[in-house]
Design a protein around this ligand. Sequence first.
Ligand code: NAD
Ligand code: TYD
Length: 353
Amino acid sequence: MSILVTGGAGFIGSNFVLDWLAQSDETVVNLDALTYAGNLANLASLQGDARHVFVQGDIGDRALVDSLLATHRPRAIVHFAAESHVDRSIHGPGAFMKTNVDGTFTLLEAARGYWGTLADTDKTAFRFHHVSTDEVYGSLGPGDPAFTETHPYQPNSPYSASKAASDHLVRAWHHTYELPVLTTNCSNNYGPYHFPEKLIPLMIVNALADKPLPVYGDGQQVRDWLYVGDHCSAIRAVLARGQVGEVYNVGGWNEKPNLEIVQAICALLDELRPDPAGPYARLVTHVKDRPGHDRRYAIDARKIERELGWRPAETFATGIRKTVQWYLDHADWVAQVQSGAYRDWVATNYATR
Ligand code: NAD
Ligand code: TYD
């Protein structure tokens, strides 16, 4: 038995592959294009492990996907591969349309072709699990109820629009072709192997380098933060027990404004790696806001709890402590990802703010 994971060298995908193989002997075929966000160092502990088959390639390469499906005959596809960073989608939306929309379309078509060749019992058991985001639902006002699975789609950024499009394709492939799909829409993740272009790892690595901590606008934008290990356990629960064709929202019951997140990171660093120059919060710098910045996301995760018994294991306090400690313990990983290409991005995004 095997599963095909796409994007398994990225932040969440690599955590998922590591988690999966820590709990199961089922082979993971990992298809990843190794864009700037993909990093085989995340999977270094699996070197020489025959249960992990890594294939560098694009989900938009139909011939490659067809041949992987025919060769490995997976019982499921777990689809993480995507362009995932809102700020990058503002600077260059094309790659988001290509991977998130066209790439998901190609993957669905390949899955449909392969699924059609399966014997009846394998056909019934097969799953296409699409990993998506709460950002497809748009932005909430301060008193609005949290997003449920029936909230209207109102994506506001090129990233969220491309993910919304991919969600619609997945839904349609189920409705029209009966492909056995599952979709999870998750809130903001954080944890080990998080590329330091996103808020939490960026603040940790900048603070450790004594650099400004760039808070967009007033820093009162609210996100619901979930420890990545909890997202992995939610995906495993949905894959194992989710109802075909259903959508499950996944969240941490942990809404916080960005400034509070940054202050929590500073306080932990003050405790774990005090800076003789003074508290890290002195580095907080308000910069020009993101265009079209969504003000608030919040997830109502009652459906996955009620139907599948899933709840996050970490609180924000335990998850952020583990995360900060991980970055302190993995200075080599941080140095490796801060390559020339990373420096180019930092210059592009922050020079004019
Ligand atoms: P990431 O950017 O860290 O990783 C994406 C991975 O996909 C990388 O390894 C990259 O090399 C690979 N990839 C990109 N284009 C590809 C292509 N055309 N073919 C094959 N591989 C390709 O992203 P992440 O944060 O790990 O997010 C994974 C998934 O989870 C995405 O679909 C994202 O929309 C979703 N998601 C992320 C979050 C979050 O907070 N990070 C929250 C909810 C949902
Ligand atoms: P991010 O991690 O990019 O995730 P998303 O935009 O998908 O929610 O950003 C999280 C929040 O942090 C978002 O409101 C934007 C804000 N932010 C900053 O204030 N400064 C930064 O340098 C970054 C990268 C994000």
